[in-house]
Write a protein that binds this ligand. Structure first.
Ligand SMILES: Nc1ncnc2c1ncn2[C@@H]1O[C@H](COP(=O)(O)OP(=O)(O)OP(=O)(O)O)[C@@H](O)[C@H]1O
Ligand SMILES: [Mg+2]
Length: 511
């Protein structure tokens, strides 16, 4: 890159952006310059203000102060529609596609091409989608239902949706959080394809290795303000993390096994799907002991969600589930939770939180019988509030208080709240689906510490994660799920991410 840049080479310039919410300054005098045709990464701790800044650039939030320039001209956005007209598109931290519609319907929703008689011109839409998909190598089939496609493809549909609206500047808020390594590589290939066609990409990620691999420039945000602008050649992942937190990170501790021979969870022959059909879960048998973390590796959509839902009693299945020696196969989900199963769901918005309720009410959710939350027949407001305060402190949930709505927390802080809640009340078994998804590196280490401490005290954990480092680092034993069956197992002390990755795609026979 030449060091001299002219105005025409700058796609986005933010100057002095400040945004206040009740009790928090989310953005404070932020400056950011993004070169045209660059992949520009934004990193920072949970709650640092990354999503807020991007929502401002996308017209979803109005800044209290500051100026936005796009392609050299000052702009004021009142709605995302204004940003779209200026060629800016955003793919959000949480997916926003409708499951029960096709890819085509999702893509054109809100900007349907019309024929002269005002009927929707599906043929034109289909052609345009195919053209965009081909031009950027996205490989999208417009006529499948969104519920039938995997997360990697959903991600590409979200990208296609903004390209369809003419975006030349693309904002991706944590696009890789839900992807397994080979899907991340595919996404990055797509991004390089887009950049070659002159598109500018701003992307947020907590995976600093990825950031270093793919970004042309990196901006670090700490506590609402820009603290550094670095080039990926000049820093290591560790240095980047230290810039984010403003101090040195502790080194990871060595681990020792705490596995006992007392069985906490026994699952036998768990199956979902009728005879003759392909089963989404096929004869899964596994044992987890007290003090043991069993990790399940797999590409998303291979039965992990179904396994979890069967153990939780959310989805009907055949087979048996035994918790601490007691068969619970016919129990309701509520009864299972009350018997001591903590549950960190994969979709924190759909199953983990009531977004429009304050934090302390979210503390009670699903834990209606836990001691701190009840007094006799009644909700114990005071107890629940005090315990929410404890979670906020122990799990470092960054919030102005426990009365704010869950929707006002940043994504990673929502996750920390759920983890803290599910670890409360000394569960016997924790089912943790992507427990640190969207959580920054410092908070991830803290959550791992909490899990290890609970494990040492006898907690059994079923860990499902797309993050192979997390699976290898936290698990005492690993199993690989592929097309609904457990196909391989590994000792995390000796397995490499490459071996695990190849077993996940069904290629690994070496197990
Ligand atoms: N609608 C809102 N109302 C009140 N406070 C908000 C709102 N949106 C964000 N905040 C606050 O602004 C701050 C920045 O949040 P933001 O979502 O931008 O963080 P982030 O850097 O994207 O974090 P994460 O990595 O966890 O996604 C946080 O303290 C958050 O609680
Ligand atoms: Mg965010």
């Amino acid at each position: 890159m030449s060091t001299e840049t002219t105005v025409s080479e700058v796609a986005v310039q933010l100057e002095g952006i400040t945004k206040r919410f009740p009790g928090v300054v989310a953005n404070r005098d932020i400056s950011l310059t993004v070169q045209k045709g660059h992949i520009h990464a934004i990193v920072g701790e949970n709650g640092a203000g990354k999503s807020t800044l991007m929502k401002i650039l996308y017209g979803m939030q109005r800044p209290d102060e500051g100026e936005i320039r796009v392609n050299g001209s000052p702009v004021t956005f009142h709605t995302p529609g204004d940003a779209i007209s200026a060629g800016i598109g955003m793919v959000h931290q949480h997916f926003m596609l409708a499951d029960n519609l096709t890819v085509l319907e999702n893509v054109i929703l809100g900007s349907e091409p019309r024929k002269r008689g005002l009927a929707i011109d599906f043929a034109a839409a289909r052609k345009k989608i195919k053209d965009i998909s081909d031009a950027y190598g996205l490989g999208i089939d417009p006529d499948v239902l969104v519920e039938d496609i995997g997360v990697g493809t959903r991600q590409r549909v979200e990208i296609l949706k903004v390209l369809y609206r003419g975006a030349r500047i693309l904002i991706l808020d944590e696009p890789t959080a839900v992807l397994v390594p080979h899907e991340v590589d595919e996404l990055f290939e797509n991004l390089h394809g887009l950049v070659r066609e002159g598109i500018t990409i701003i992307f947020i990620s907590h995976h600093l290795d990825e950031v270093l691999k793919v970004a042309d420039a990196i901006t670090v945000i700490r506590r609402g303000t820009t603290v550094a602008e670095v080039s990926p050649e000049g820093v290591t992942a560790r240095q980047l993390a230290e810039l984010m937190v403003g101090s040195e990170l502790p080194s990871p501790e060595t681990r020792e096994s705490t596995v006992t021979d007392v069985v906490a969870l026994q699952v036998t022959g768990l199956t979902i799907g009728a005879d003759g059909e392909r089963k989404v879960l096929d004869d899964v048998t596994l044992t987890i002991h007290k003090g043991e973390v069993l990790g399940i590796a797999g590409v998303e959509g291979n039965g992990q969600a179904e396994l979890v839902e069967a153990i939780m009693g959310i989805r009907p299945s055949t087979g048996t589930v035994t918790l601490a020696g007691q068969e619970i196969t016919s129990w309701t989900t509520l009864r299972r939770r009350e018997a001591g199963i903590g549950y960190i769901p994969e979709d924190r918005h759909r199953h983990g939180l009531l977004l429009e309720a304050p934090l302390w009410e979210n503390r009670i959710l699903g834990h209606m019988k836990e001691k701190v939350n009840v007094r006799g027949w009644w909700i114990n407001r005071k107890g629940a509030r005090a315990d929410t305060q404890r979670i906020v402190e122990q799990y470092d949930v960054r919030t102005p208080g426990i009365d704010v709505l869950a929707s006002a927390l940043s994504g990673g802080n929502q996750q920390k709240l759920i983890v803290g809640r599910e670890m409360s009340g000394e569960p016997k078994l924790l089912i943790a689906a992507h427990p640190t998804r969207g959580v920054d590196v410092g908070a991830q280490a803290a959550i791992w510490d909490h899990l290890r401490t609970a494990r040492a005290a006898g907690l059994a954990v079923l860990l499902i994660s797309a993050d192979l480092d997390e699976l290898i680092g936290l698990s005492d034993w690993l199993k690989v799920i592929h097309r609904g069956t457990l196909v391989a197992e590994f000792d995390p002390a000796t397995v490499t991410p490459e071996q695990l990755g190849s077993a996940m795609t069904g290629a690994g026979e070496e197990a």
